[in-house]
Ligand binder design. Sequence first.
Ligand code: HEC
Length: 217
Amino acid sequence: MAKRSVWSDNRFWQRSAAWVTGFAAVLLIWLTFDTSAQISMGTDADLKNGVTKRVPGPTVINYKITYEMDTKRGHEIPVIGEKELFFGRDDYSEEEAGALLHLGKLGSQVKNCMDCHTLLGNGAYYAPDLTKAWLDPAWGPEGSLQAMTGKETKEEAMAEFLQHPSQYPTHERMMPNLGITAEEAKGLVSFLKHMSSIDTNGFPRNFGKIQGAVHGK
Ligand code: HEC
């Protein structure tokens, strides 16, 4: 019998197909479980015990968040630090913080922030990416926005801006007034603060154009 090359052997290809399919199925199942574990929200206990989660629990709003370069990973990551006051308190319970985040999330959907902004990779780029807006130095003590809004904390400055954006033209495009109430603004700022604490593998790299921008035209 003539010797046949393995490449023209049907059984070889059938077996290969079965192995590749089997391997891919196992890999996908493993990745699914791995991803679910990575993106499941942490708890208040995690935060208290210093357990790092990609998506920290809602009570992360009780803590200071900074964006620091991780040389090993080659990009910035959110780092959760000491407790800090947020709208005058640093002791929001899991329920209270969860309720604020929920209000903010619903608010962001009702007012359709994604129509102009991007949140966690979804939305538009007409206006600055909001994923890390809370960490934008422009809102911090060195930035210009606290003075511009006449407020002394980051959260109050942001909440004020959200309620009256058209009063504060910071660059060539202006955010329209969306009729956001004080309570909704508080929820939205909590939502933005929590979102900024999510480890997004360094995405997005930069902050919005709002930093160092000049008065609107
Ligand atoms: C119609 C478009 C539009 C919608 C809808 C919109 N914004 Fe804006 N937003 C803008 C523009 C434009 C700017 C830049 C304004 C400026 O620099 O003066 C901005 C700026 C901001 C900033 C400051 C950006 C920064 O880098 O910190 C925040 C925070 C913000 N918007 C939050 C929101 C939230 C929250 C919503 C939804 C409730 C929302 N926006 C809906 C257009 C929009």
